[in-house]
Write a protein that binds this ligand. Sequence first.
Ligand code: ZN
Length: 164
Amino acid sequence: MLEKLADKNFLDPEIAWAGNCHTCQQLISLAAENCPYCGIKIEMDDIFVSSVNHVLLTQAISSANAIRTYDGGVYIFLAVSVMRFLIDVMSYTFPLWFAIATSIVWLAPLFLIGKWYQRHGKWDSDDAEYLFVQKELERSFLLWLVLHLFNGILIWISQQRPIT
Ligand SMILES: [Zn+2]
């Protein structure tokens, strides 16, 4: 299910094909016959490399931004984790499977960021926006990792029940 989600919405957003004009460097649609800026006839061979770069980077950035919408979830995850812990410590209500079930969904951001790096993280580009989202995803990944660690410790503590 995660695989499907990753493919559909997050990792391959639809991008219009565009590239930089080989003469004036303006970003133009590949469908254009002549550059709307400088009027030169577009040579496919010349614009193609630029276009591939543009599409790959735009896709990487757009995908990263979609994945980063998960960032707000850290507060929910944290709240759920702490509340479950407090209730459990007071009343020993929750079995281990419940703790795991309410934690496992939050592995999705880690999974998606990992997939992003696999698919989009390898371009050798100095595009500022691309470098920015790459860094932001790194931060998100670390944040989620720390939260999972914290959550894991809480679960472990709450499983140390007194012998009755
Ligand atoms: Zn042009």
